[in-house]
Design a protein around this ligand. Structure first.
Ligand code: AMP
Length: 435
């Protein structure tokens, strides 16, 4: 099947050809025709499936077809959970819209608001925004959403996870009642279904999220190891395999920082990327990683979400995620676009339940390989894990969100876990208020 057969206009077909795409991906095949026809949509698709083009291409065509005379107005609004995703979606709008004269803007927090106000005044057709900063503009009167014809909620599950539901509802009140609504989400919790029920009218439902089949092309492996020796094993894997570009996941921001510092000490160029870093620092770290200046990028789930880093040869779960679906998101960073990738998980005794949860979701056991010299010590006992993320719909763990809190401080780990948890908990609330 070709892009031509989906009903896209010549300017968009040219942009797609410029981008080097031969064929539409499954989500594009399923999403583009109904969106072009003006239908609402409930789409199960995660990053890496080509979903951004799946909604951006038809959105551009609908806007181009129905362009009213007179001043520019915001006619399409895309809400995203993170700044990175907002920037990336807007990049895609520019890429796919390059042969149409359409103006787009990304609005997100963490950067000065004034240039955004100036850009809004000049006129914007397509706005890509995180909910918090968008509401800041709405309060100041610097954005008018009364002409929005198409609303996209991108990574809706993640927006709810990050506590944006009230902000989303406030944004919805600023939109005209008659509009086209598209909701993209990798997972469908009862909260997402409730949101979709209230938002979508007779939606076309599509689902390409490989929730149970974590991309066939990805070679997945578990290496059992003691928690105290994970860093050593990681450095060894990177060095002995001569891995040049590795994305490493930790559960917490603090853990990401600490690991990046330790890897630097091991002589591996590393950078951490997470929500407490300034926008500039995150952009720089990502650019350095893409350019090959930084060999190891250490990220938390939320920071990594939506990052457009493709076809990575290696993804490492330094710590398993608390939510099994996040495992699928993480490893989706590798083996994209038909290339093989490798995802390895360093699993200590504390994480056996998490591993079982992931295997249950995948519907199979992951191959496990104990590496010589890193055999787990059978005398080590499991310790409880606490996590930075709230359980879905539940209360935050006692002592605040943020850190895997060891029952007792372990040698070399800096102690004072309670204090770290408190800090992370505050920043988490901030992150929930504003992306
Ligand atoms: P997304 O799921 O939207 O984050 O897209 C993942 C990656 O796939 C992006 O880097 C796109 O540039 C790329 N992509 C999107 N559509 C296609 C296509 N039809 N063929 C090849 N690559 C694509």
């Amino acid at each position: 099947m070709s892009f031509e057969s989906l009903g896209l206009q010549a300017e968009l077909l040219r942009a797609v050809a410029d981008a080097g795409y031969d064929q539409p991906t499954p989500v594009q095949r399923l999403a583009i025709p109904p969106i072009l026809a003006g239908r609402d949509m409930l789409a199960g698709a995660q990053t890496g499936t080509g979903k951004t083009a799946g909604f951006t291409l038809p959105l551009l065509q609908r806007l181009a077809a129905g362009r009213p005379a007179g001043a520019r107005a915001v006619r399409a609004l895309v809400l995203t959970p993170t700044r990175e995703l907002a920037a990336q979606v807007q990049d895609s709008v520019v890429t796919y819209g390059r042969h149409l004269s359409m103006k787009s803007l990304a609005l997100f927090g963490g950067v000065s608001i004034n240039p955004q106000i100036t850009a809004l005044r000049r006129g914007v057709d397509i706005l890509v925004a995180t909910p918090g900063r968008l509401l800041d503009h709405a309060q100041q009167g610097s954005v008018d959403l009364s002409q929005v014809e198409i609303l996209v909620l991108d990574e809706a599950d993640r927006m709810l996870d990050m506590g944006f539901i009230r902000d989303i509802r406030r944004v919805l009140k600023l939109l005209p009642a008659k509009r086209q609504n598209l909701l993209f989400s990798a997972t469908f919790s009862p909260d997402i279904r409730a949101l979709a029920d209230g938002l979508l009218h007779d939606p076309e439902r599509i689902d390409v999220a490989p929730r149970n089949t974590a991309a066939e092309l990805i070679d997945q492996k578990v290496h059992p190891v003691d928690r105290a020796r994970k860093r050593e094993l990681l450095s060894w894997l990177i060095g002995s395999g001569d891995w040049r570009q590795v994305l490493v996941f930790t559960r917490t921001k603090h853990g990401a920082n600490r690991l990046a510092e330790q890897l630097e000490r091991d002589g591996l160029s590393a950078a951490a990327i997470h929500g407490n870093k300034s926008q500039g620092a995150r952009t720089r770290a990502l650019a350095d990683f893409k350019a090959g200046k930084v060999r190891v990028l250490v990220a938390t789930d939320i920071a990594a979400r939506g990052l457009d880093i493709d076809q990575l040869p290696h993804v490492v779960n330094y710590e398993l995620p608390q939510v099994p679906e996040d495992y699928v998101h993480r490893i989706g960073r590798t083996g994209r676009a038909g290339r093989e990738g490798q995802a390895v998980s360093l699993v200590c005794i504390d994480e056996h339940d998490l591993l079982r949860g992931i295997e249950k979701l995948l519907g199979r056991k992951l191959p496990s390989e104990t590496l010589a010299g890193f055999e787990p010590d059978p005398r080590v006992r499991a310790e409880p894990i606490e996590n930075g993320r709230r359980a879905r719909g539940g209360k935050p763990p006692r002592g605040g969100a943020g850190q895997p809190r060891p029952a007792r401080p372990r040698a070399g780990e800096g102690g004072r876990p309670g204090q770290r948890g408190g800090q992370a908990s505050r920043s988490r609330r901030r992150a929930g208020a504003r992306a």
